[in-house]
Ligand binder design. Structure first.
Ligand code: GLU
Length: 281
């Protein structure tokens, strides 16, 4: 068996300007690709059309050019891949692993707070009786498609993924998947369309990603994503979660911290080589 050539990706969401944390992520991915003699690909995660803006996508290309980050074309833009996500959603529906959830955000929070085994942080529910569901659908009530997590976990059986970086608690090596902890995750919504986890696994497979490099704030997401890969029979990449870059206040950077954006650094005359050195490259 020959190993597929190394491919990793940088997958920013154009919901704001990129900051130092994104630079660290992109540089880590580029370095991993170079070290493995492989490729870096780019994906614009613009599925949340309510929050994404074209000027932020334009800024991503400017920032990457400034940082000297080259990727192998083509760029994948999630807004152009809806049909593939819907096909994946259908594949899960056919397996009976999705149900319609009509609860509002408030109702979901209430359900979580009054969960039978004490309050948990995640939602677990079930499909409504057929007639009740049909009536709500006919009335045009909005709903989300949720993964019936307990069934999905049972169907997939034991799974693991390989972590080459580290999770928030230093997890590394072969990690036993515990997707159940995430509860019945939403995989599609009326307003936002398909959700992050589903789009990410479909695209990682489409782009031939062999190792996902990203911040350790997404370590838990790997559990859910590994499960979806198994259910959708997609190739499973390895993972390399990296540390997060903190701001001067010791908190992780967010897109609202304007002063730390790459654009602001550039405008203050910071050189890309200075930033690379500051970030340890
Ligand atoms: N689009 C996500 C972000 O910008 C990254 C998702 C991922 O790397 O899986 O935070």
């Amino acid at each position: 068996l020959t190993r597929p050539a190394y491919v990793t990706r940088f997958a920013p969401s154009p919901t704001g300007l990129l900051h130092k944390g994104h630079a660290f992520s992109a540089l880590t991915a580029l370095e991993a690709a170079r070290a493995a003699g492989g490729r870096l690909v780019l994906r614009i995660e613009d599925i949340d059309t309510q929050r994404c803006r074209p000027q932020y996508e334009a800024a991503i290309y400017e920032d990457l050019a400034w940082l000297g980050i080259e990727w192998t074309p083509p760029v994948v833009r999630q807004t152009e891949r809806q049909a593939h996500y819907l096909a994946a959603l259908d594949a899960l529906k056919v397996q009976g692993l999705l149900y319609r959830c009509f609860k509002t955000r408030k109702e979901v929070l209430e359900a979580i707070a009054s969960a039978p085994h004490g309050p948990s942080e995640v939602f677990r529910g079930a499909a409504l009786p057929t007639a009740e569901e049909a009536a709500l659908v006919a009335a045009g009530e909005p709903f989300a498609w949720r993964l019936a997590m307990a069934e999905a976990v049972g169907r997939a059986g034991p799974l693991s993924f390989v972590e080459h970086g580290a999770g928030p608690a230093g997890e590394r090596g072969v990690i036993a998947v515990d997707a159940g902890a995430a509860g019945d995750v939403v995989l599609a919504r009326k307003d936002v369309g398909v959700a992050y986890h589903l789009a990410a696994v479909v695209d990682d497979a489409f782009q031939g990603v062999t190792e996902v490099v990203r911040g350790c704030d997404l370590f838990e997401a790997a559990h859910v994503q590994r499960l979806l890969q198994a259910l959708l029979e997609l190739a499973a990449p390895d993972y390399r979660h990296h540390r997060l870059i903190l701001g001067r206040d010791g908190k992780r950077l967010a897109k609202r911290d304007r002063a730390e954006t790459l654009k602001a650094l550039r405008e203050r005359g910071v050189k890309p080589s200075d930033l690379r050195a500051e970030l340890g490259f």
